[in-house]
Design a protein around this ligand. Sequence first.
Ligand code: ANZ
Ligand code: ZN
Length: 828
Amino acid sequence: MERYEPQKVEEKWQGIWNENRAFECDVDKNKPKYYVLEMFPYPSGKIHMGHVRVYTIGDVIARYKRMKGFNVLHPMGWDAFGLPAENAAVKHGVHPAKWTYSNISEMKSQLKRLGYSFDWSKEITTCNPEYYKWEQLFFIKFLEKGLAYRKKAKVNWCPKCHTVLANEQIEGGRCWRCESVVEEKELEQWFLKITKYADELLDGLKELEKRWPDKVITMQRNWIGRSVGAEIEFPVFGKDFSLKVFTTRPDTLWGVTFMSIAPEHPLLEKIIQGNKEEKAVLEFVKKIKEKKLRREWEEQEKEGVFTGSFCVHPITKEKIPIYVANFVVMEYGTGAVMAVPAHDQRDFEFAKKYNLPIKVVIQPPSKKISPEDMDKAYEERGILVNSDRFSGMDSEKAKEEIVKFLEEIKVGKKAVNYRLRDWNISRQRYWGAPIPVIYCKNCGIVPVPEDELPVVLPLDVKTNPDGRSPLPEYEEFVNTKCPKCGSDAKREVDTMDTFVESSWYFARYTKPDLDTSPFDKEALNYWLPVDIYIGGIEHAILHLLYSRFFTRVLRDLGYFDIDEPFSRLLTQGMVLKGGAKMSKSKGNIVDPDYMLEKYGADTTRLFILFAAPPDKDLEWNDNAVEGAFRFLHRLWRFYQENKEFLSPVGPCCSFDPKDLNSLEKKIRRKEHKTLEKVTSELEGRYQFNTAIAASMELFNEISEHREELLKTPKGKEILSSAWATLLVCLYPMVPHICEELWERTGYKKYLHQISWPAYDPEAMKEEEVLIVVQVNGKLRARISVPKGIDKESLTKIAMDNQNVKRFVEGKDVKKVIFVPDKLLNIVV
Ligand code: ANZ
Ligand code: ZN
C-alpha cells in the first residue's frame, strides 16, 4: 500500500496552486468580494509558531470563502522598516537592508511551504521606495491640512553613545549597549494630530461593538480616555497668579482640603520662591525625576511635599495648602489637582499620610458617613452636604449646576479632556522612511514637492557601531537646495515611526504596483473595508487606532469612502509551551521548520487548529501533534483500502430516501449534519476545533460501517458521497491531503475549484419509529419518536401523553419494560 508522504503531496499541490495562479484575484464586479487579512509580519528572521497560528486561521477562512463563491483577496507583505534591523547591523555588521531582504526571502519560503493561499502577486514590502513614496505624499498632505506639526518633545538620550534610544533599547534605565544611565533631552519632532479625531474615533467604536472583541473596544476607549468635567481657577495666596485644575467632580468643590501639583509644573518655581521649604521641594522633585527615568514610576507609593504656599478656595475663600505630589502628571489636564480626600481614594491616602483634613460633602443615599470612621474614600453618587446652596442636591445634577455657577462668576468653565496624545512620528533612526521636508534659512520648513518624491533613503551608508543614525553625517543626503528659493538647505534626517507604514498597507494591497497614485479608486472601493482582520491582541491599541485614524484622514483627503478599515476583528491567543509563551529566551520554542520536516504542513495546521479555538491561548502538546499526524495517516489509508469502491459522485449526492436502508439513511444524516456544523463554524463562529471534531466523527462513522455499506450499490454511493463531503469539510484546514485524495478519487475539477456544497435539511431529519405504549400490558398510546431513543427519554415522553397520564397519575410505578424501537410497558 502506498504510504502517506506529506512533503511529497504538499510540494505537488503548492506547485499546482502556484502554476494555476489559483489564489490571485482581481476586481470582479459580478462577484461579491471578501477581504481576509492577517497582520503582516516583521521580517525578523524566521517565522515562529505565533505566525503559523495567525496565518493558518486566515487561510481557513480565505479558502472557505472562495468555495462559497466570493472573490477573495488574501494578500501578504512585510512590515520591513524598524529597529531590529539596525540592532543587527550594530551587532553583526550587516547592512539593515541586506538583513531585511534576506529574512524576507527565508520567511517567504517558509510561508509557501505551509501552503497558505496568499495572492503573492500583491506582495508589499514597506522599505521599498515604491511603497513609502506614498507615505511621504500623505505626510505632505497632512502638513497642508495642519494635521502634521512640529514641536519640542522629550527623547531618551545616551550621553556616551550620543544617540537617541528607543524605549526598547533601555534596560533598567540604562543604555542597552554601554549601560550608561539614560538622560532626557528635548528635540524638535513631528507630530500627527490624532487628537483632532478623538471624538470620531470614540464614536466609531459603537459601530464596531459585537464585531470586534469587547476587550479591544474597551482598551481603545480607555486609551482615548474622554473625560468631561471642569477647569477651575484657584488664586495662589499672596501672589498674582492662579493654579488651574481639571476635575471630573466639580460637585465636590466644597470638599477640597489641599492642592496637588505635578513635579514638572511650570509655576512650581514661582510658588516656592522665597519659602523656607524651597530646598526640600527641589530635592523631592529631583528624586522623582530620577525615578521616572529609571522606570520605577509605576511601583511608587504616593508621596509628596508641602510647598509652603497656599491657594485660596474660589468660593469659601479658605486657605488651602499646595503640595507637590508624585502621582500628578503634567501630561494630563492642567497638571494640577484640587484634592478631595473624602471622595477620591488617592487623595484619601495622601491625606492620611500627611495628616490633612478630610471633609465629607457627598452623603450616600443610605447610611451617613463621617471622616472619623471612614477607611476609604466614598467615590459614588450621593446627596450634597456642606455645600452652601447646593446642599441637598443630587451629585449628578450638582455637577452641572456648579459648573454653571462657576461660569457665571467667571472662576471656571466646562472642559473635556482626553488621555489620547498626538502621535510623535519622528524617529532619530536610519532604517525608516525619510520625513519629506527641507529646512531653509529663508523659507523655514518647506515640504519636498510632490514630483520630487520619493525622498529615497540612501543605502550606501556605513552604520555606526554605536547605533547612531548615519543620515545626519551623509552629506549628499542632508545638503540640498530649497525647493522655494533655491538657496542651500538641509533635509530632515529623522525617519518615520514604522507604525505609519502599517496604518495604510491594507489599502495598498488592493493595487500594490500602481505607480501613478497611491490607490486605484475602483479597486479600493471594491475591496475595502477589510472583512476580517486577524492578529495579536498586542496591537489592540496603537496599530488599530492609528489605522482607524489614517482611514479617516485618507477619507477626508478624498481617497477613501469608508470610515472604518476593519469590519471584523479576530484576536488570536498566544502559543504556549509548558504554560509560558514560546520565546527564545525561555528556550521553549518549537521551530516550524522542524514541524514541516517531521510532519508536514497539514499536520502542523491541523494540530494548531484543533488544539484550541482561535481566540484562546494554545498549549503545545507533542502527543496531540502525533494524534493529528495519525489522523491524516488514517485518512490516507482509508482511501487506499477503499479506492475501488469510492467513485466521484460529489459531496451531498442526492438520493431518494425510499431507496435507502436505515444504515444508509443514518450515514447520510451524519454527512449532512457534519457539513452543517462545519459550515456554521467557518461562516463566522470560527471554532475550528469543533469543526474538526465533527469531521473526525463523520470519518469514524464511515470507517466503522464501511463493510456493511459496501454490500449494496446504494451503500457504495452513500459512502462515496460522505467521503467527498469529508474531504470538503477538511479542505480549508488541511488542503494538500484533501486535494490529493480528491483527485485520486477521480474528480476532474480540483477541490479548490468546486463550490461549497449545501446541506439538505431533509436528509438531516431523524428517522422516526412508532412505539406502542402500554400500562399494565394494555395498549394506551402509539407515539412517534426518533429511532434509537433510549429508555429514559422515551419514558419521559410517554408519561407526558394525555392518555397514558390518565392511567398512571397518582399511582406508584413498579417497573418499566422497554423493547428498543418497539414497546414500552409501564407497570403500576
Ligand atoms: C477633584 C476630584 C474629586 C477628582 C473627586 C476625582 C474625585 P479622569 O477620570 O481620568 O479624567 N486629575 C486631574 N488631572 C490630573 C493629573 N494631571 N494627574 C493626576 N490626576 C489628575 O480623572 C480626572 C480626575 O483625576 C480629576 O478629578 C482629578 O481629580 C484627577 F472626588 O478632581 B478630580
Ligand atoms: Zn528657501
